[in-house]
Design a protein around this ligand. Structure first.
Ligand code: BGC
Length: 836
C-alpha cells in the first residue's frame, strides 16, 4: 500500500466513524421522544410488509420485501414485475463473491425502484440433505462457500443503501413441521457448520439485519433464543443490526423480547405492540429491553435513510445496472458442465447442422423455485425461445417428449386472467390482472376499490387458448366455497373444508384438487371462471385471500410422446433434452421425498440417447436429482433455476458464446440412498442432526462413497494445468496455465487435510475431524496458453475447531496437507505445512 493509499484509508475510517456517531446521536434523540406505546408500536408490523411511520420523530414507514433472487415488492402480482435472477444454488455455483456483490447491487436498485428498504435475504442455511424443500434457495453444503457468497451478496445489496436480513437464523435446513420442529444440533456442528455462514457474514459484510427462523434449536424457539441471539450473535460476534421474526414466527411477548427479537412480523396483530406495552406496565419486561429493540430498528432506519436528521449509509447508490444483461451473465456463470464427452459441447452450429430440442421445460421453463422466493419477471426466455433466436432458421425442431407435470398447476400457459371483486349485490368493487390462476392477496394488497368488509365474491375470469385438443382438467386449491365454469358451463360448485392437518399455508402449498374436465380444441379460445365466496374475516389476525384456479392439459400417451422425440432425435445432428423438476417437487413449505425426476423423463433420456449419440441433457432443477443415465449421454449441463434470461444464457453456452462457468456448490449423489442425510421428518417433534460434522463431501469421504459428481466439480470449455503450489499457514500461491484453446475461468480450490499427529490438540485428546475440508478458493482468468497465479489467504478459522468446554475456538496445530484442487477429490498439487 502506498502512503497516499494509507492516508485515504485512515480518512475513510474517520469519516465512517463520524457518520456512525451521527446516526447513533439521531437514534438516541429519536428514542428519547417516544413514549412506551409508540415504542412498542414500532416493533410490530403494521401490515404484511412494513412498520408504522412516526412523523413526530421524522421516521418514515420501513418497507421489507422478499428476496433472494429478485425484489417482489409489497404486491403479489404481475402488474409490478421484477428482474428474476438465477436461483441461489446457481449464484453459489459461480464461486465468485464479487459476482454475488454485483447481483446484490442490482437487487438494491430494484428495491429502490419499488420503495423497499430491506430485502428479506440471503438464505444461508446449509444443504444438509438434498430433500430440503428450500435447498434451491440456499447456497451450498459447505459453510465457508456459503459465507463467502453470502458476504458478497450482503455487501452488494447494502452498497445500494438497502438493508438485508440474513436468514433463517438458525437450523432451518428442512421444511417439515417448520413452525414447531426442534432441531437438535451438537455444539461443534452448530458452530462449525450451521452458524458459521452467519458468523462469517457478520464479520465480513456487516449486515443490517437478521431473520430468526420458525423452528427451535436445542429446545428453544429461535425467536426466543437468548443464548444464540443475545450471547452469540450480538455479544460474541458484534452484530448491531435488527432482528426480525420470520413471518408469524413470533409467539411469545416476554419470551421474544427477552430473546432478543426486535420486530414481530407481519401485523397488525402480533405479540408486540399493545401486548408488549402491557407486559412492561405489568412489570414482566423491563422497558430497557424495549429500548434496545427500538434502537436497533431506528439504527436500521437511519442506515437506509428514512430517519430525518441521520445520514443514510449510502449517499449515492449505484444505478443504471442492466438487469436483463446481468441475469443472463449470472446464469451462464452458474451453469455447471458436469460431463462433456469428446468435446460434445459447445455445439457445432455451422450451416446445415440441426438440433432436436425436447422436454416440457424446454418450452415452459422453470426459472425459479416456489414459495416466498417467487417474483414475477417481465419476460421469461425459455430454452426454446433462446435457441430459436440463436440458431439459423430451420435448424431447430421441438418435441415435448415427456411432460412431468402430472398434477394440476395454477392456470398459466395460454390463460389471460383477471380478478373481479364484487359486493353482495354483485356490483364490481375493483379489478386486478393476475400473473396466473393464483390469487394471493395479503393484508392491504387488494385491487384498488376492493375491501375485506365489503367484498362478497372474487371471480377469476378470462380466456384460455388451448395448445392441445382433448380433455383439459380444471381444479382448485384453497379453502372455501367455489363455482367453476368453463365455456359457460358449470363444472363444479362446492366447498373445500379445512382437513385434519390444519396448516395456515394450506392454500399456498396444499395439494391440488381436480374438479372437472372439459373437451377443448387447440387454438379455439374458451371463457373460464372461478368464483370464490369471501368468508367472514373479522376475527382473523391477518386478513388474506389465497386460492387458485388450476389446470392440466390433456395427458398424451407417454410412449407416443417418447416415440415422437426419438424420431426427432434420429433426424437431427444433436439432441438436446431438457429435464426438470416441477413446482410440486421444489418449493418452500414442504420437503422432497426422493430425488427422482418426475414422470417419464428418465425413459425419455434413455430412448433419445439410444437414438442419437450426440445427446446433451440440460438439467433444469434447483437442487440435486438422480441422473441414472448420465454415463450414456454425451454431455450433462446443470442449469439450476436459471432466472428470467435462462433460455438466452443456455443458447450462449450451448453454442459456445459463453463458457459454463459453474462448479458444484453441493455434491450430486449417484443415488438418493448415498446422500448423507436421507430423512428430514422429525420424530416426536425433534429433528436430530445425528451425522454431526459429516454433511456433504465430508460425509461421502468418510463413508468412502463416490458421488455422481463431487463438490467443486465443473468442466468449463478449457483445460487447466496446475504448475506450482507454495503454501504457508497464512497464504497459498498456485500457478495455473490455461492449456486449452479458449479463454476461461478456473476456480482454484484449496482443501486442508490434517496430517498424522495433527488431530491431537492436547495429548491423548483425539479430536474428530473430517478427512479434508474447503479452506479457501479463488477464481482466475486466463487466455489460451496463459499462466496466472492465484494468491489465496488461508483464514485462521480453517485450522480451528469449536471447543464447547472452553466456549471458544481452538487452533489445532500440527502437519496439514494443503491440496490445490480442481474439485473435492480432484487434487492437482499438494504441499505440507506445519501449523503452530
Ligand atoms: C419465509 C421467509 C420469508 C417470509 C416473508 C416466510 O414464510 O420463511 O423466508 O421472507 O415468509 O415472505
Amino acid at each position: 500500500m502506498t502512503d497516499a493509499d494509507q492516508v485515504r484509508e485512515v480518512q475513510a475510517r474517520d469519516d465512517q466513524a463520524r457518520e456512525d456517531q451521527s446516526r447513533e446521536d439521531a437514534v438516541e434523540a429519536a428514542l428519547d421522544k417516544l413514549d412506551l406505546d409508540a415504542k412498542t408500536r414500532l416493533l410490530a408490523g403494521q401490515d404484511m410488509w412494513s412498520l408504522p411511520a412516526v412523523p413526530e420523530i421524522g421516521l418514515q414507514s420501513l418497507v421489507m420485501s422478499d428476496g433472494p433472487i429478485g425484489v417482489r415488492g409489497v404486491r403479489w402480482t404481475a402488474d409490478d414485475p421484477s428482474v428474476a435472477l438465477p436461483s441461489p444454488t446457481a449464484l453459489a455455483a459461480a464461486w465468485d463473491p464479487a459476482l454475488a456483490r454485483r447481483a446484490g447491487r442490482l437487487l438494491a436498485q430494484e428495491a429502490r425502484r419499488k420503495g423497499v428498504h430491506v430485502l428479506l435475504a440471503p438464505t444461508v442455511n446449509l444443504h444438509r440433505s438434498p430433500l430440503g424443500g428450500r435447498h434451491f434457495e440456499c447456497y451450498s453444503e459447505d459453510p465457508y462457500l456459503t459465507g463467502a457468497v453470502g458476504s458478497g451478496y450482503v455487501k452488494g445489496v447494502q452498497d445500494g443503501g438497502v438493508g438485508t436480513t440474513v436468514k433463517h437464523f438458525a437450523g432451518n435446513e428442512a421444511e417439515t413441521d417448520r413452525f414447531t420442529v426442534d432441531c437438535v444440533i451438537d455444539p461443534r456442528p452448530l458452530r462449525e457448520l450451521y452458524l458459521a455462514p452467519f458468523e462469517a457474514i457478520v464479520a465480513n459484510a456487516h449486515p443490517w439485519g437478521i431473520m430468526t427462523s420458525y423452528n427451535r434449536v436445542n429446545g428453544t424457539s429461535m425467536t426466543e433464543n437468548r443464548y444464540l441471539v443475545n450471547e452469540v450473535l450480538r455479544a460474541e460476534w458484534g452484530f448491531d443490526g435488527y432482528n426480525v421474526s420470520d413471518w408469524m414466527a413470533a409467539r411469545s411477548t416476554t419470551g421474544d423480547i427477552e430473546g432478543g427479537l426486535d420486530v414481530a412480523m407481519p401485523g397488525p396483530a402480533t405479540v408486540y405492540g399493545p401486548a408488549l406495552a402491557e407486559a412492561v406496565r405489568a412489570g414482566e419486561v423491563p422497558e430497557s429491553s424495549v429500548d434496545a429493540a427500538v434502537r436497533n430498528v431506528l439504527r436500521l432506519a437511519a442506515r437506509v435513510g428514512i430517519l430525518e436528521g441521520a445520514p443514510a449509509a449510502v449517499a449515492e447508490p449505484p444505478s443504471g445496472i442492466d438487469g436483463q444483461a446481468l441475469a443472463r451473465e449470472l446464469a451462464t456463470r452458474g451453469f455447471v458442465l458436469v460431463r462433456n464427452e469428446d468435446g460434445a459441447l459447445p455445439l457445432d452450429a455451422s450451416a446445415g447442422r440441426t438440433v432436436a430440442l425436447m422436454g416440457a421445460a424446454a418450452r415452459d421453463a422453470r426459472v425459479l423455485g416456489g414459495g416466498s422466493a417467487t417474483v414475477f419477471p417481465e419476460r421469461i426466455v425459455s430454452p426454446l425461445d433462446g435457441l430459436t433466436a440463436a440458431l439459423p432458421q430451420g435448424a431447430l425442431t421441438f418435441a415435448v417428449g415427456a411432460d412431468p407435470s402430472e398434477e394440476l398447476v395454477p392456470a398459466d400457459q395460454g390463460f389471460g386472467l383477471r380478478a373481479v371483486c364484487r359486493d353482495a349485490s354483485g356490483a364490481v368493487l375493483g379489478e386486478g390482472s393476475l400473473p396466473s390462476g393464483q390469487v394471493q392477496w395479503i393484508g392491504d394488497d387488494l385491487p384498488a376499490g376492493a375491501a375485506y368488509d365489503t367484498m362478497a365474491s372474487i371471480e377469476v375470469t378470462g380466456t384460455f387458448l388451448p395448445r392441445e385438443s382433448g380433455e383439459h382438467a380444471f381444479g382448485t386449491r384453497g379453502l372455501g366455497a367455489f363455482t367453476l365454469a368453463v365455456g359457460g358451463e358449470t363444472l363444479w360448485e362446492g366447498v373445500q373444508e379445512m382437513g385434519d392437518e390444519a396448516d395456515p399455508f394450506e392454500a399456498f402449498f396444499g395439494a391440488p384438487s381436480e374438479r372437472g374436465r372439459a373437451t377443448l380444441t387447440e387454438g379455439e379460445p374458451v371463457e373460464v371462471s372461478l368464483t370464490y365466496q369471501v368468508p367472514d374475516m373479522t376475527a382473523l389476525p391477518l386478513k388474506a385471500i389465497m386460492f387458485s384456479l388450476l389446470h392440466l392439459a390433456p395427458q398424451r400417451d407417454a410412449d407416443e410422446l417418447i416415440a415422437e422425440a426419438v424420431a426427432a432425435a434420429r433426424a437431427a445432428d444433436t439432441a438436446v433434452v431438457v429435464v426438470a423438476t416441477t413446482e410440486r417437487v421444489e418449493s418452500e413449505g414442504f420437503d422432497r421425498r426422493d430425488l427422482a425426476l418426475p414422470g417419464r423423463q428418465d425413459d425419455l433420456v434413455r430412448a433419445v440417447a439410444a437414438a442419437n449419440p450426440n445427446t446433451v441433457v440440460v438439467v433444469n432443477a434447483g437442487s440435486p436429482v438422480e441422473l441414472p443415465w448420465r454415463e450414456d449421454v454425451a454431455a450433462v449441463l446443470l442449469t439450476w433455476f436459471p432466472g428470467q434470461e435462462g433460455g438466452a444464457a443456455l443458447a450462449d453456452v450451448l453454442l459456445g458464446d459463453a463458457e459454463p462457468g459453474g462448479r458444484l456448490p453441493t455434491t450430486w449423489p449417484a443415488r438418493f440412498a448415498d446422500a448423507p442425510v436421507t430423512e428430514v421428518l422429525p420424530v416426536d417433534g425433534r429433528l436430530e442432526y445425528r451425522e454431526g460434522l459429516f454433511v456433504g463431501y465430508r460425509a461421502y469421504e468418510k463413508e468412502g462413497i463416490a458421488p455422481a459428481y463431487p463438490f467443486g466439480h465443473g468442466l468449463g470449455y478449457t483445460d487447466w494445468a496446475y504448475e506450482s503450489l507454495e503454501a504457508t499457514a497464512g497464504t497459498v500461491r498456485v500457478r495455473v496455465t490455461n492449456t486449452g484453446t479458449r479463454p476461461g475461468r478456473e476456480v482454484v480450490q484449496i482443501y486442508l487435510a490434517p496430517g498424522e499427529g495433527s488431530e491431537g490438540g492436547a495429548p491423548g485428546a483425539a479430536v474428530e475431524r473430517p478427512a479434508s475440508w474447503l479452506a479457501a478458493f479463488a477464481g482466475v482468468e486466463a487466455g489460451p496458453g496463459e499462466s496466472v497465479e492465484a494468491e489465496i489467504g488461508l483464514p485462521a478459522r480453517a485450522f480451528e475447531i469449536w471447543d464447547e468446554t472452553a466456549r471458544g475456538w481452538r487452533r489445532i496445530g500440527g502437519a496439514y496437507e494443503v491440496r490445490a484442487s480442481h474439485a473435492h477429490g480432484d487434487t492437482r498439487l499438494t504441499a505440507t505445512i506445519d501449523v503452530a
